[in-house]
Design a binder for this molecule. Structure first.
Ligand code: ARG
Length: 713
């Protein structure tokens, strides 16, 4: 019987047995905390076959893809599978209206045709370690302030890094878990010569677009392929023609024999952020003060981007990544508000807090814990309005490069100004290159409109007294911001390069966009004295809250919130029993098929178009080895794994350690999942590996890739 956290405890209290596949578990703790349970669900591997420091194991086939997604190695030549939406920005950046890999797809027929991707890296986990005792030993020594605490932690982090990085060979990251109650470190090896191997056209890879995003039933072929290159000795190396395909310690075999509800399914990957220990007050703040401005402002940005993209192919490609990522979270936030209400998440948390309070008021706990919740409540009350103001500011800054870039470039130019003449000469080429690449894909008409429109919203929504000085004092207005852009040093790359050749402190410091951008960025990032104090109290209270919660429910096995470290979640392939009143609801099935995809097809539509070749393959039922027992071609399927953003592209692995799918999304009914895992509603949406192979073999004819993989029938 399984676990977790409060799900189980509350159900024990209310005598309802719970069975959920909640939990994002830390690799080195699985053997101790989860292994027995995993075996019961169908795992056949040993714990060492999943995570081992000395021998190759599953973890060696998993990479953090660029720090924002997950990928897995599927051949002994470093071939990576990830989601299409993970490769999206990079594929868009490689595309031009003439060679539109994003919309037309691309398949390298041999390694020479694989295209180097600038700025992309993948990261392997070499090992992890527990630093909790060591750090807490110092923190618990005496009464210390939050500031001293942070200093000690920083010191220890640096030491641990030094001790483990093997003279710079590895990247070492130490992270806090359970909001500062525990600490673990991670030793990574990064590879930077990554090449684009292939992807289906966006009509397949992003089929259903934003309409189907976050929803089931789904018919998206959400995958793309890359390859890791290394030097001849197998070490990471910058791009070089002499580099060769990387030989990984482990690669995943692929199983195409099919899946059914109840089959074991586990996912290893890099979930980004969850807030499973957020209090009811914190959730209230999200729903009332943080998300509504997010939704409103991001919608404004999307409308402008969409309008320009529809008119101009180059703009569409240059802004594709930005549009997709904004649209993804625009819809997510709408879904979160809806699901938090519908799933009564706040009431659930209030119950949990009541239990905590009962425990905290016991005489032995009172001193330390009795004021924790009221202090958290106070924090949210004090920050509610500020959070909304900052959200509008965030979007004003984020939406337009004319608002966000001057601060970054300006800092660079300040450093430049401080150099001697020779110093400047030496820096020039690199600076010019950086400026060129920053402006390469920027379209002034789009950026200007974004700046103006988001400023308009900012001044409408943020009270005058809370506005940035340059705005409240009338230096920057909705009416003049476009003109200021024209006369600014930052208007285009020629103007900045001219500055580099004729630098002047005065020009930089009087540039209105620089002043605005700097003020906006510092207001967002730096905290006032008052904010620092509030924040310190908050962190301490949140830390004590989690600590107390674990003691309130001593029999429960707790897992830490996601924080972009490698985690494992296990469960089974599972139907979504969302709506018992509608038994014929398509959601009740655990998989979708090509037939269903074709049924959604709308010729020429921006979201539901399909390439003729796929339709032809459907008509001739030419599915190769990839059809199921009913002769259908599966597209996507559901499992009850616990994932979140960052897990995208993660492998879904069966009980034998073989790849059966790629995780790519969550479902609308459980959009509140980042805050509370709902065992009845929460599902993970995966692309079936048979659809992936079908596209590679039958649609793309890329037998070269199929031949590299180890396929189990
Ligand atoms: N919802 C998916 C995730 O966050 C991203 C899907 C991208 N597709 C899209 N239509 N924007 O991982």
């Amino acid at each position: 019987m399984k676990r977790i956290i409060l799900g189980l405890c509350l159900s024990v209290l209310t005598l309802i047995p719970a069975k959920a596949d909640e939990g994002m578990w830390l690799m080195m703790l699985i053997k101790r905390l989860n292994y027995v349970d995993m075996q019961k669900e169908g795992l056949k591997l040993t714990p060492e076959e999943i995570y081992s420091v000395n021998n190759s194991s599953l973890k060696d086939a998993i990479v953090s893809f660029g720090g924002f997604c997950t990928g897995e190695i599927v051949s002994d030549q470093g071939l990576i599978l990830t989601n299409h939406h993970c490769g999206y920005s990079n594929i868009a950046a490689l595309s031009t209206p003439e060679h539109d890999y994003l919309n037309d797809g691309y398949w390298a027929k041999n390694k020479k045709e694989e295209i180097p991707v600038k700025g992309l890296y993948v990261r392997f986990l070499i090992r992890m370690g527990d630093a909790t005792e060591r750090i807490n030993a110092r923190l618990n020594q005496k009464k210390i302030t939050e500031k001293q605490r942070q200093e000690i932690i920083k010191e220890e982090f640096e030491k641990i890094e030094q001790e483990n990085n093997e003279k710079g060979k590895y990247t070492v990251v130490v992270r806090s878990f359970f909001q500062g109650n525990e600490f673990y470190y991670f030793v990574y090896q990064d590879f930077t010569d990554i090449r684009f191997v292939g992807a289906p056209p966006a009509s397949i890879g992003k089929f259903g677009g934003d309409t189907d995003n976050w929803e089931w039933p789904r018919h998206t072929g959400d995958f793309s392929m890359f390859r890791i290159y290394a030097d001849k000795a197998g070490n990471p190396s910058e791009y070089s023609e002499n580099n060769i395909a990387y030989q990984p310690k482990h690669s995943l075999p692929i199983n195409i024999s099919g899946i059914k509800p109840g089959d074991y399914a586990m996912i290893l990957g890099y979930p980004g952020v969850t807030s499973r220990y957020l209090t009811s007050y914190g959730i209230q703040q999200l729903v009332e003060y943080e998300y509504p401005p997010f939704i409103e402002a991001s919608r404004h940005a999307l409308d402008i981007l969409k309008k320009h993209s529809e008119k101009d192919k180059a703009i569409e490609l240059n802004y594709a990544g930005k549009y997709a990522s904004i649209a993804n979270y625009w819809k997510n936030r709408i879904g979160m508000i809806e699901a938090i209400k519908k799933n009564e998440v706040i009431a659930y948390k209030e119950k949990e807090e009541k239990e905590f309070t009962r425990w905290a008021l016991q005489s032995k706990n009172k001193d330390k814990y009795s004021s924790v919740l009221s202090s958290l409540k106070n924090y949210y009350q004090q920050t509610n309005l500020m959070v909304a103001d900052k959200m509008y500011l965030f979007w004003f800054l984020r939406a337009s490069s004319y608002v966000s870039m001057p601060n970054r470039i300006g800092d660079m130019l300040s450093t430049y100004l401080d150099q001697s003449d020779e110093g400047r000469e030496a820096m020039k080429p690199k600076y010019i290159e950086t400026i060129n690449s920053m402006y390469e894909t920027l379209h002034p008409e789009v950026e200007k409109e974004l700046a103006k429109e988001l400023l308009q919203l900012y001044v409408e929504r943020v009270p005058l007294k809370n506005q940035l000085k340059s705005i409240s004092q009338g230096k920057i207005t909705v009416n003049n911001i476009e003109n200021l852009t024209e006369s600014s040093l930052f208007k285009d790359k020629e103007s900045i390069i001219n500055f580099i050749n004729h630098p002047s402190k005065e020009v930089l410091h009087n540039d209105p966009l620089y002043v605005l951008s700097k003020e906006a960025a510092t207001t967002l990032m730096n905290k006032t004295e008052g904010e620092i104090q509030l924040n310190d109290t908050f962190e301490k209270s949140q830390r004590l809250f989690i600590d107390g919660l674990r003691k309130t429910f001593p029999k429960k096995v707790f897992y830490p919130d996601a924080n972009s470290t490698m985690r494992l979640t296990y469960g089974t392939v599972k139907t979504l029993m969302d709506n018992p009143e509608k038994p014929n609801d398509a959601r009740l099935n655990y998989y979708t098929t090509l037939k269903g995809m074709i049924a959604k097809y709308k010729k020429g539509d921006a979201e539901f178009d399909l390439p003729q070749k796929l339709i032809d393959l459907y008509n001739s039922k030419d599915y190769g080895d990839y059809a199921n027992e009913y002769g259908e071609l599966p597209v996507d399927f559901l499992s009850d794994n616990d994932i979140t953003g960052g897990n995208s592209g993660s492998p879904v692995i069966n009980g034998n350690g073989e790849l059966i799918g790629l995780a790519f999304d969550g479902n609308w009914e459980a959009m509140s999942g980042n805050i509370q895992f709902d065992e009845k509603l929460q599902r993970c949406i995966n692309t079936d590996i048979r659809f992936v192979l079908f596209i590679i073999e039958k649609y793309a004819g890329a037998e070269n890739l199929i031949n590299e993989m180890k396929i189990v029938k």
